[in-house]
Design a protein around this ligand. Structure first.
Ligand SMILES: Cc1cc2nc3c(=O)[nH]c(=O)nc-3n(C[C@H](O)[C@H](O)[C@H](O)COP(=O)(O)OP(=O)(O)OC[C@H]3O[C@@H](n4cnc5c(N)ncnc54)[C@H](O)[C@@H]3O)c2cc1C
Ligand SMILES: *[C@@H]1O[C@H](CO)[C@@H](O)[C@H](O)[C@H]1NC(C)=O
Ligand SMILES: *[C@@H]1O[C@H](CO)[C@@H](O)[C@H](O)[C@H]1NC(C)=O
Ligand SMILES: *[C@@H]1O[C@H](CO)[C@@H](O)[C@H](O)[C@H]1NC(C)=O
Ligand SMILES: *[C@@H]1O[C@H](CO)[C@@H](O)[C@H](O)[C@H]1NC(C)=O
Ligand SMILES: *[C@@H]1O[C@H](CO)[C@@H](O)[C@H](O)[C@H]1NC(C)=O
Ligand SMILES: *[C@@H]1O[C@H](CO)[C@@H](O)[C@H](O)[C@H]1NC(C)=O
Ligand SMILES: *[C@@H]1O[C@H](CO)[C@@H](O)[C@H](O)[C@H]1NC(C)=O
Ligand SMILES: *[C@@H]1O[C@H](CO)[C@@H](O)[C@H](O)[C@H]1NC(C)=O
Ligand SMILES: *[C@@H]1O[C@H](CO)[C@@H](O)[C@H](O)[C@H]1NC(C)=O
Ligand SMILES: *[C@@H]1O[C@H](CO)[C@@H](O)[C@H](O)[C@H]1NC(C)=O
Ligand SMILES: *[C@@H]1O[C@H](CO)[C@@H](O)[C@H](O)[C@H]1NC(C)=O
Length: 619
């Protein structure tokens, strides 16, 4: 037995333990074999539905198709494997979410870390773009913040795709369908938080995705709430009822029973593995989709990762193929399969199946700036610095009581959204004002959010604490794009988020920066001088320079295979996510959004639920 086999076996046993699945459980006299959940590598097979990408949306739609009483056969193809095998405990423990994006993180099995092209808005810096590469996809890498967009932004979605199925009222049932909400446990969370939320949007309970407020909230959150009130941002009744103008504590995709991350793998995929005949293919990369003479998608070529020489084989679909490879890899897969801008495909000698100029274009993303402060409040700083006095207690408390510093998402205690006040808008150009006025009244321009950690200076002491107060541009005006450099999905897509390249975004960012400072001062959390930027960064010109040198990202790329009406030549898919120009193929993930509403991955769950419903009802 090779080392690789041993590794895979040990991973499976770990999965068995983690998932609560049993390799040989006898249910009513019937053997239930874990191995029956896996496709046989290298053997050609046919399924009713094949989902490409076992990520956030992919696992959700695959589970719904497999769980349907019709008993469809469903396969999920995933490049990565199981994060319990590939990432130790770092994905599972809620409070370790910061590992996903730490600059010093070494090469990872579970993170693509795609370098962007030099970013003109960021002084030509190249930034590594984290993206999940594992069952769970980016839901296995993200900060777990769960909140929904606004009523007005969903109306804009419905208008953009000319289909009223996408209004708030019509998508709310699909948001509810995915999630099972657990109320805060005040034996673990400081009761002073007295969290308010609108229960009607979280009931009746759905599932299998668990959402909760986690089992830990840092006390700085109370000060930050006070700070919001003082700068004129008022409380909202939870972050899931369609109104985001205000502040509130944020729900997260956490299972409070173990204080663990609930990814699309622990929720949707495991539910399907336990209850259906779903077949999953791990360490298996989709290379290209195959079409017949009528341009119907009939199957795909896949490659077994880590096998030398490279082994490829074909899987076939009787009904449909669903592409859920994420905002960068779904457009890549369409292009290498012959669907995309004509010039790109011709340059690379890829036979054209359907010209589609919008593939890889129209990318939305939210630029983000994080201001680092030293604070007297406790944060995760000492956990990250691996101070044994702190981590020892944190780990035992987490394991024994599912509480303490590792039992929450390390941020999100208090997140605020606003349209910038008139004082902040005084310096905006008329063009910027006109562009911003196209967003509906309930669509905020900025999000102010804390992270329980930040970069620290070299002389940090074992009792120091640092915090990041961030601002995110949630009505961004810049648009990015991506393309391919070859016909091979093993090669990295060329990605260009183009953050802060629109001059209006920089105008907003400068004011957002000032709002963060007002918030920091009003809350009183920043006792010492700010760490980065220092108080010396004062004038607008200095702030612009600082942003270009320190601007960052919050990992919400969307719309690179955008949904839209047939009158729009750049719309890659229709409002039922069907790829234009071919049949039997849909795109269901963040790339499918017509634009990025003031939200991200919870939109994926809703989208997956909704498209699964279309498919199962013959739409
Ligand atoms: C670090 C980080 C923090 C974030 N924080 C938050 C947050 O707090 N809240 C929030 O709502 N959103 C957050 N997001 C965004 C959110 O996680 C994503 O929008 C969402 O998970 C994207 O889901 P998806 O289904 O589009 O793609 P993914 O979940 O990324 O899934 C794509 C899957 O396809 C697989 N794949 C790709 N190519 C192939 C191929 N050729 N063959 C086979 N498989 C393939 C990948 O391995 C991956 O598993 C964050 C994202 C990141 C990266
Ligand atoms: C960024 O690169 C472009 C193209 O090479 C160049 O014109 C521009 O001056 C560079 N900007 C900075 C700030 O270095
Ligand atoms: C929902 O969460 C509750 C705990 O709040 C749990 O008892 C129940 O089993 C969960 N239901 C589903 C379907 O996950
Ligand atoms: C929030 O909504 C709930 C209904 O679920 C209601 O009981 C509660 O009073 C509301 N709280 C606030 C502060 O509006
Ligand atoms: C709860 O949310 C629903 C849906 O957005 C809304 O109609 C209702 O007024 C809200 N109730 C409270 C008490 O906030
Ligand atoms: C996670 O794993 C690391 C490395 O094995 C270990 O030091 C740490 O205690 C673990 N954390 C928890 C919460 O179990
Ligand atoms: C777990 O909680 C109990 C009851 O509050 C407490 O006595 C115990 O010290 C906690 N254990 C750890 C390891 O923190
Ligand atoms: C902006 O618009 C206002 C009101 O329409 C007008 O008075 C002003 O001159 C405009 N400013 C510029 C720079 O065009
Ligand atoms: C670290 O250095 C800074 C800048 O020199 C100084 O202001 C601060 O007091 C130092 N902190 C510690 C803990 O020594
Ligand atoms: C841990 O605590 C001990 C005893 O209080 C102290 O001597 C030591 O310096 C502390 N270590 C760190 C890294 O803070
Ligand atoms: C992407 O956009 C940039 C401008 O931000 C442009 O220079 C580049 O040609 C575009 N690339 C593609 C593949 O569309
Ligand atoms: C991909 O491109 C390479 C280099 O141009 C070529 O040798 C290969 O045949 C192409 N593969 C397919 C499947 O078209």
């Amino acid at each position: 037995m090779s080392f690789l086999h041993l590794l895979i076996l040990s991973g499976l046993f770990q999965t068995i333990r983690t998932a609560g699945l049993t390799g040989y459980q006898i249910n009513g006299g019937v053997n239930s074999l874990l191995g029956n959940s896996f496709g046989q590598p290298g053997v050609e097979a046919t399924y009713d539905y094949i989902v490409i990408g076992g990520g956030t949306a992919g696992n959700a739609i695959a589970a719904r198709l497999a769980l349907d009483p019709a008993g469809y056969s469903v396969a999920v193809i995933e490049t990565g494997s199981f994060y319990e095998l590939d990432n130790s405990n770092r994905t599972t423990v809620a409070g370790y979410d910061y590992y996903s994006v730490q600059a010093e993180t070494p090469p990872s099995f579970v993170n693509y870390n795609i370098p962007t092209v030099p970013q003109a808005g960021y002084n030509n810096r190249t930034i590594d773009y984290a993206q999940g590469r594992t069952f769970g996809g980016s839901s296995a890498l993200n900060y777990m913040a769960y909140h929904r967009p606004t009523i007005g932004s969903m109306q804009m979605w419905a208008d953009a795709v000319q289909d009223d199925d996408w209004t708030w009222d019509n998508v709310l049932p699909f948001y509810k369908k995915s999630v099972n909400f657990t109320a805060p446990d005040y034996t673990k969370i400081n009761p002073q938080f007295d969290i308010q939320y609108n229960e009607s949007v979280l009931t009746p309970p759905g599932g299998p995705l668990q959402i909760s407020y986690g089992n830990h909230m840092f006390d700085y959150g109370l000060a930050l709430q006070d700070g919001f009130e003082k700068i004129g941002i008022g409380a909202i009744n939870g972050t899931n009822a369609g109104n985001l103008i205000g502040y509130g504590p944020q729900t997260g995709t956490l299972n409070p029973v173990g204080a663990t991350r609930d990814s699309s793998k622990t929720s949707f995929l495991e539910t399907a593995m336990q209850n259906t005949n779903i077949k999953i293919y791990q360490t298996t990369t989709a290379k290209r989709i195959l079409f017949d003479d009528n341009k119907e998608a009939t199957g795909l070529v896949v490659e077994m990762q880590g096998i030398h020489p490279t082994a490829q084989y074909t899987l076939s679909a009787r009904r449909e193929i669903i592409v859920s490879a994420g905002a960068f890899h779904s457009p890549q897969l369409l292009m290498v399969s012959g669907i995309g801008p004509r010039a790109t495909l011709e340059d690379l000698n890829i036979p054209l199946v359907a010209e589609s100029e919008g593939v890889g274009q129209n990318m939305w993303d939210q630029p983000w700036i994080g201001l680092a402060y030293k604070t007297t409040y406790e944060t995760q700083t000492q956990v990250i610095l691996n101070n044994p006095n702190v981590t020892g207690q944190a780990v035992s408390e987490y394991l024994a009581n599912q509480s303490g510093l590792l039992a929450g998402i390390g941020g999100g205690e208090s997140v605020g959204w606003e349209k910038l006040p008139s004082r902040s808008r005084a310096s905006f150009s008329n063009t910027t004002l006109a562009l911003l006025s196209r967003f509906p009244p309930d669509w905020p321009e900025i999000e102010l959010d804390p992270l329980a950690y930040s970069p620290v200076p070299d002389n940090v002491s074992s009792t120091d604490h640092y915090i990041t107060l961030g601002a995110c541009l949630v009505a961004p005006l810049s648009r990015g794009n991506m393309t391919i450099s070859s016909n091979d999905t093993n090669d990295r897509p060329i990605i260009n988020p183009a953050w802060m390249t629109h001059p209006g975004d920089m105008e907003v960012a400068v004011q957002a920066f000032k709002r963060v400072r007002e918030w920091a001062t009003a809350s009183g959390i920043a006792t010492a001088a700010a760490y980065n930027p220092s108080a010396d960064v004062r004038t607008d010109a200095q702030i612009v320079d600082w942003i270009r040198e320190n601007g960052n990202l919050i990992y919400h790329p969307t719309s690179s295979c955008a949904m839209g009406p047939s009158s729009d030549p750049s719309a890659v898919i229709d409002s039922h996510a069907r790829v234009r120009g071919v049949t039997g193929l849909r795109v269901v993930d963040a790339s499918a959004f017509p634009f990025l509403p003031p939200r991200a991955s919870d939109g994926d769950d809703m989208l997956a639920e909704k498209i699964a419903d279309y498919i199962l009802t013959g739409q």
